[in-house]
Design a protein around this ligand. Structure first.
Ligand code: FAD
Length: 493
């Protein structure tokens, strides 16, 4: 196994860094077990990382940092260990360090596809499930909701297979094959382990429910906020909208103080044949533009010297994204393209979709209010569109969408944006009053208040009980877990 020391570890956007004691790059399960056991012997911490895409401090550790990118194989399903009658046609099992990009390509070869995905594919499966990463469409939960079974290395280097109470594995056959492992078929364990933010151990494999390969048609068009708002308050429109998301200019640029929006809809279509090249790709000019360093420098210059031009620039960017038709295989359409390469940081806050109390719409208007306050009083401009994505309620205890259909408000900022952290903290504080739950993998300002955690996540005590067992030695403690208040205080320093 490769190990390195005296190497500073950075996340993808370089807004987080740490000097861990060691960076370890295991290639098989036994090496992961050995790292965890050695960390416990040395009384230091250990933490798995995926492809470094969390903007938050969720992946940091000062102990042994476990890079999982060499654990990236598709594995056999072990059908001989399953209960009789389990339908395996739509199941796939892979090591957790596989990136979505690699997984999508492998699934395509098998005529299969992920049911749902976020806007990017560089992250690992372990990383996306651990933070409840999601896409958009109120009929679809976060990726963690498509997990049917997972293998995890916990404290003591013990290996667990964790599944719901009616999980697919046959206990007797399992015990015979893996006498030293533990099979936990328990809803509380399964609901905890899917979204563990690295605190419960190292996820080694994940078995996912997938579907037959399919195609999507995406359409992007502009509408003012005054027309979008009633659609968000109409339950039928929301539920019939399939894959649906909205970008909004947080600054009012339209007559009457209205805000420009860009609506994205995605509908399933048969394999697109006879389409023009234009219809089979995103606007190439916009794609090249978004990928250029020159654009990032231009925005930086404008931000530093003419911040009052930012609202206009956001409208310009939204207009460039208008596209009547883009058809492709599902995972290419889910991926929002080269916009992912722009230097950015982001917070994302989940609020309940509640058409009666209008909570989700109030939350957007709160964001407008705060953006205006910072712009008018502090000359600090929110430097990017905000996005609204819709996610079905999840059963994972620490998913931001646990127990309620959720609208995730993504608050993207060019990096660096002067006053950006303060602005994001102000949004988080205001939206927490509307039941907001910040994305674990995006910038958040949670500050260790256990009562607040329980208020936001009613099953947190149950999650913490599982945590107490899987992290019995405290080996998976981290600066992040201390900050948010999920540390096992009895244990390691
Ligand atoms: C460009 C970009 C686009 C994004 N798009 C979206 C989006 O569309 N939707 C959305 O919801 N989020 C999105 N995010 C956030 C991102 O999906 C999450 O932060 C995700 O957790 C990152 O996965 P990763 O593999 O990079 O994991 P890391 O960032 O490396 O780790 C994230 C967390 O997962 C834990 N972890 C990773 N692997 C394992 C493992 N094997 N076992 C146990 N714990 C593990 C880490 O300890 C850490 O707590 C985006 C981020 C970026 C930078």
């Amino acid at each position: 196994m490769q190990c390195a020391s005296r190497v500073v570890w950075h996340n993808h956007s370089r807004n987080q860094s740490v000097l861990p004691l060691r960076i370890c790059r295991p290639t098989e399960l036994s090496e992961v077990v050995a790292i965890v056991q050695q960390a416990e012997c040395e009384r230091v911490t250990a933490r798995a990382v995926g492809s470094h895409h969390a903007w938050s401090d969720a992946a940091l550790t000062t102990g042994y940092l476990i890079e999982t990118h060499r654990l990236n194989r598709i594995l056999p399903l072990e059908t001989d260990l399953l209960r009789p009658g389990v339908d395996t046609r739509m199941l796939v099992r892979a090591e957790a360090g596989i990136r979505l990009r690699e997984l999508n390509a492998a699934l395509e070869q098998l005529g299969l596809a992920l049911v749902q995905m976020g806007g990017y594919d560089e992250q690992t499966v372990g990383g996306v499930i651990s933070t409840a990463t999601h896409g958009s469409g109120i009929g679809f939960g976060p990726i963690a909701d498509y997990v049917v079974s997972l293998d995890l290395v916990g404290s003591g280097g013990r290996v667990y297979r964790i599944e719901p109470a009616d999980g697919p594995t046959d206990p007797a056959r399992f015990a015979e094959r893996y006498p030293t492992w533990e099979l936990r078929q328990s809803d509380p364990w399964f609901d905890a382990a899917r979204v563990g933010v690295g605190c419960l151990g190292v996820v080694y494999t994940v078995t996912l429910r997938v579907r037959k390969l399919f195609y999507l048609k995406e359409c992007r068009f502009q509408q003012p906020w005054s027309q979008v708002k009633p659609q968000l308050l109409n339950d039928n429109t929301l539920r019939q909208s399939g894959h649906f998301e909205v970008y909004i200019n947080p600054h009012p640029t339209l007559p009457g103080g209205d805000h420009q929006c860009l609506i994205t809809t995605r509908v399933e279509i048969p394999e697109p044949t006879g389409k023009t090249r234009d219809q089979l790709q995103r606007n190439w000019l916009t794609e090249i533009g978004a990928d250029s360093r020159l654009l990032a420098r231009g925005i930086r210059f404008l931000y530093d010297h003419f911040p009052q031009r930012i609202p206009w620039l956001i409208d310009f960017g939204l207009k460039r994204l208008v596209d009547p038709e883009y058809c492709n295989i599902s995972y290419r359409v889910y991926n929002i393209g080269t916009a992912n390469h722009l230097p950015a940081v982001s917070s994302e806050i989940g609020v309940p979709v509640d058409v009666v109390r209008r909570t989700h719409v109030q939350a957007v208007e709160e964001v407008f209010r705060i953006a205006a306050k910072w712009r008018e009083e502090g000359n600090v401009y929110h430097s990017s569109p905000i996005s609204l994505r819709f996610v079905k309620q999840s059963t994972a205890s620490l998913a931001m969408m646990y127990g309620r259909d959720t609208m995730m408000i993504e608050l993207i900022l060019f990096h660096p944006t002067t006053g950006g952290s303060e602005l994001l903290a102000a949004y988080e504080e205001a939206l927490s009053k509307l039941g907001g739950r910040p994305h674990w993998g995006q910038l958040n300002y949670l500050a260790g208040d256990r009562a607040e955690l329980i208020k936001a996540y009613p099953r947190f005590p149950e999650w913490d009980e599982v945590h107490g067992q899987l992290n019995a030695s405290g080996v998976f403690n981290s600066p992040f877990s201390k900050r948010v208040g999920i540390v096992n205080r009895a244990l390691l320093p």
